[in-house]
Design a protein around this ligand. Structure first.
Ligand SMILES: Cc1cc2nc3c(=O)[nH]c(=O)nc-3n(C[C@H](O)[C@H](O)[C@H](O)COP(=O)(O)OP(=O)(O)OC[C@H]3O[C@@H](n4cnc5c(N)ncnc54)[C@H](O)[C@@H]3O)c2cc1C
Length: 374
């Protein structure tokens, strides 16, 4: 696909940032399991958090294609950093942009675009993962606002978050509503970070709400409109997750390729053996195809055309390929692909996150089947 000059420039900016600033720290971020605060701030300075918002809202008004290219490069540098940054740039801030009043936009949204404040989204609960309609968190309507009670889990950036966007049920309403909740309100309790297999620098934890008093203006959108509003950005969430998958897969592919050219066995570089060449041909096909799917879904999104099915296909294909590519690439390095000293084992661990975020493969298949009329 032919990119415009602006899209190429954006891609180059994040490519340089990933190579010069992110990659050198990626192993340390994973090892220390610490939120990469400094790199997060620098990503904000590059305008990443405002890419999907118009200039009059403090953003850069970039298209989805440019955003996807930037995500791919960030994820090529470090999936931990990219996971935290994409949360901030999309789900963590979108509903503040859409429905926040002057106070919310001025004190939180604008600051989040600069990376000065951090936001998270609380949808998942211990008994409501893929099935969001099973959410039990309640927002009781009072004369001057709402009282929030419930338990959320797997909240990205929660240990460092300044505010949350929370999906809850108001009274007996069948539909869900969205609330803005600063993390320093009385009754908000953030649990310790969940120990994870991968993306270990993107901190994730439980968040509990006990009798948290919310003023009326903290309802984002109308009562019961949460599910509808969530659907507005669902395709973009999936395109973004697919771009994350492509980023980590590209890192694995590139490092394995370099290794195949230099590692000598039986008197020649292992890249000269057909068995290794077949691996690279297959990886290259998957990577290129996944990129085309993502850029196709992103282009449809930019043209405001229907893209739900295309976004699901892109996410399903890219994430499954990413896990496969990281696995195949690590085999190229054999024992060194298994060693913590090399990056391949981290890529393999990290890539599995992309199978879950934005909908599991099983859920995507169920929904793709629905889209094609079954
Ligand atoms: C690193 C990480 C970060 C995350 N960040 C956030 C966050 O910031 N905010 C947030 O709210 N959540 C977050 N999540 C949670 C994530 O969105 C959920 O894990 C995801 O929705 C799946 O839910 P679950 O893990 O409860 O699995 P379940 O829904 O319990 O699924 C278990 C298995 O059953 C399958 N399954 C379920 N229903 C069906 C069906 N109808 N048909 C076929 N198969 C089915 C699934 O595909 C899966 O294989 C994060 C998760 C991870 C791993």
């Amino acid at each position: 696909m032919e990119l415009t000059d602006i899209q190429k420039q954006i891609q180059q900016t994040f490519l340089d940032f990933a190579d010069k600033k992110v990659k050198p720290l990626a192993a340390k971020i994973d090892e220390e399991k610490k939120f990469p605060a400094e790199l997060f701030k620098q990503t904000g300075e590059l305008g990443f958090f405002g890419m999907r918002y118009p200039e009059n809202a403090g953003g850069t008004g970039s298209d989805v294609v440019s955003y996807s290219l930037a995500v791919m490069e960030l994820a090529r540098g470090s999936l931990s950093l990219a996971a935290a940054c994409t949360m901030q740039s999309l789900m963590g801030t979108y509903f503040l942009y859409r429905f926040g009043d002057k106070e919310i936009k001025g004190n939180y949204f604008s600051e989040a675009l600069k990376g000065n404040k951090i936001g998270g989204i609380c949808m998942t609960e211990p008994n409501a993962g893929s099935d969001l309609m099973a959410i039990k968190t309640t927002a009781k309507v009072t004369s001057d606002g709402f009282i929030l009670n419930g338990q959320k889990t797997w909240v990205t950036s929660a240990p460092v978050a300044d505010f949350f966007t929370v999906l809850a049920r108001t009274d007996n309403n069948e539909q869900l509503s969205i609330f803005f909740v600063p993390s320093n309100l009385k009754g908000v309790l953030v649990g310790k970070s969940i120990e994870k297999m991968g993306v270990r620098g993107s901190l994730t934890s439980e968040v509990g709400f006990t009798d948290v008093k919310l003023p009326k203006n903290y309802l984002l959108g109308g009562i019961g409109e949460g599910t509808k509003c969530l659907r507005e950005i669902l395709a973009e969430i999936r395109i973004m997750t697919a771009a994350l998958a492509i980023g980590v897969a590209t890192a694995a592919y590139e490092e394995a390729l370099e290794y195949a050219k230099t590692r000598v066995q039986f008197g020649k570089p292992i890249g000269k053996f057909q068995a290794i060449q077949m691996k690279f041909a297959e990886m290259a096909v998957q990577l290129e195809t996944a990129k085309l799917y993502v850029l196709n879904a992103a282009t449809l999104s930019d043209k405001n055309l229907p893209r739900q099915k295309e976004a699901m296909i892109a996410k399903l294909y890219a994430s499954e390929c990413a896990v496969n590519i990281c696995d195949q690439a690590s085999r190229v390095l054999a024992s060194y692909g298994y060693a913590a000293e090399y990056n391949l084992e981290r890529y393999l661990r990290d890539s599995r996150f992309t199978l879950i975020g934005g909908g599991t493969s099983e859920i995507l298949k169920v929904n793709i089947a629905k889209e094609i009329g079954l």
